[in-house]
Design a protein around this ligand. Structure first.
Ligand code: C2E
Ligand code: MG
Ligand code: MG
Ligand code: MG
Length: 279
C-alpha cells in the first residue's frame, strides 16, 4: 500500500512539474514574441524633492501590454526574463526608450532606469548605455541607473570596474531597495553611490512601527553624512511625507504623487499638484 501511495505521489509530482515546466516554456515563447511584436512599454513614476516639491526625476518601470492578458507588471515576467537571458534585450529596450523619452523633458528632470543583476554582468552593458545616450542625445548626467545589493554580493573586481566606468561617463548610480536583503553598510564603502533608495517596506510602516522610524532616521542621517541623496519609495500619504520631511529625507516617490503612467502623461505629471508647504 505504501508503495502504491508512493507511486501515486511520484506521478502526481511529476505531472505537477510537467505542467509548471510547460507553463514556463509557454511564457518564454510569449516573451520572445512580445519583443518582436513591440508589446513592451515603459511607464514613468515621478520622484519629488521633499523640500521644494519639484519633480526632479522619473523612474522608468517596464510594463507588458499583453494582447489577451492586458497590462502585466514586471514581477510576473522579469524573473523568467532573467533566467533565460532575455532581460538583456528587454533592458536595452528600457534604456533606449527612457533616454529617448527623457531627452524631450525639461533639462532639470532626470530619468532613473533599473538594471537587473544579469544585465549588469552582461558584457554589452557599457556599450548599450553608451548607445542609448548617443542615439537620444541625452546628457549622461541626467541618467541614473538603479542597482540592488545583489549586484554587489560577490563584490568582484569586475563589478566595481563597471560601476566606475559608468560613473566616468557621467551616469549616476543609485542603490535600490535599501534595507532589504543583505543590507550591509560595507556596500556603501565599496562604491560611492549617488543615491540610496529606502525600501517601501520601511515607509509603509513609518506611522505604526518605532523601529521603521529609527531605521529611516539612521539611513537619512547616513546619507547626509556621506553626501548621498536619500529617496523614500512607496510614499502613499501625507503623514508619511511629513515624517520623511522631518527626518531630512531628500526625495520621495509613491502613489501619493502618482502611480507609474505612460510617457504621454509625463507633461501632466510635471504640472501636477505641488507638495504642501512645509509645516
Ligand atoms: P523598484 O525598482 O523598487 O520600483 C518601485 C516599485 O514600487 C514599482 O513597482 C512601483 O510601481 C511601486 N510603487 C511605487 N510607489 C508605490 C506606492 O506608493 N505604493 C506601492 N504599493 N507601490 C509603489 P513595479 O513597477 O511593479 O516594479 C517592480 C519591480 O520590478 C521594480 O522595483 C524593479 O525591481 C523591477 N523593474 C521594473 N521595471 C524594470 C526594468 O525595466 N528593468 C529591470 N531590471 N527591473 C525592473
Ligand atoms: Mg527601482
Ligand atoms: Mg526600489
Ligand atoms: Mg522596492
Amino acid at each position: 500500500r505504501a508503495k502504491a501511495d508512493g507511486r501515486g505521489t511520484y506521478r502526481f509530482f511529476e505531472t505537477g512539474m510537467d505542467a509548471r515546466a510547460q507553463a514556463r516554456r509557454l511564457l518564454e515563447m510569449d516573451l520572445r514574441a512580445a519583443l518582436q511584436r513591440d508589446e513592451f512599454e515603459v511607464f514613468y513614476q515621478p520622484i519629488r524633492d521633499v523640500a521644494s516639491g519639484r519633480v526632479v526625476a522619473f523612474e522608468a518601470l517596464l510594463r507588458w501590454n499583453h494582447p489577451q492578458r492586458g497590462l502585466i507588471a514586471p514581477i510576473h515576467f522579469i524573473p523568467l526574463a532573467e533566467e533565460t537571458g532575455l532581460i538583456v534585450q528587454l533592458g536595452e529596450f528600457v534604456l533606449r526608450s527612457a533616454c529617448t523619452d527623457a531627452a524631450s523633458w525639461p533639462d532639470d528632470v532626470d530619468v532613473a532606469v533599473n538594471l537587473s543583476p544579469v544585465q549588469f554582468k552582461s558584457p554589452n552593458l557599457i556599450a548599450s548605455v553608451t548607445e542609448a545616450l548617443a542615439a537620444s542625445g541625452l546628457d549622461a548626467r541626467r541618467l541614473e541607473l538603479e542597482i540592488t545589493e545583489s549586484v554587489l554580493l560577490q563584490n568582484s573586481e569586475a563589478t566595481l570596474t563597471t560601476l566606475h566606468e559608468l560613473r566616468a561617463m557621467g551616469v549616476r548610480i543609485s542603490l535600490d531597495d535599501f534595507g532589504t536583503g543583505y543590507s550591509s553598510l560595507s556596500y556603501l564603502r565599496s562604491f560611492p553611490f549617488d543615491k540610496i533608495k529606502i525600501d517601501r517596506s520601511f515607509v509603509s510602516e513609518l506611522a505604526t512601527r518605532e523601529d521603521s522610524m529609527a531605521i529611516i532616521r539612521a539611513v537619512t542621517g547616513l546619507g547626509r553624512s556621506l553626501g548621498i541623496v536619500t529617496t523614500a519609495e512607496g510614499v502613499e500619504n501625507d503623514a508619511q511625507l511629513e515624517l520623511l520631511r522631518r527626518e531630512g529625507c531628500t526625495q520621495a516617490q509613491g502613489y501619493l504623487f502618482s502611480k507609474p503612467r505612460p510617457a504621454s502623461d509625463v507633461a501632466m505629471m510635471l504640472e501636477g499638484p505641488r507638495l504642501r508647504a512645509s509645516a
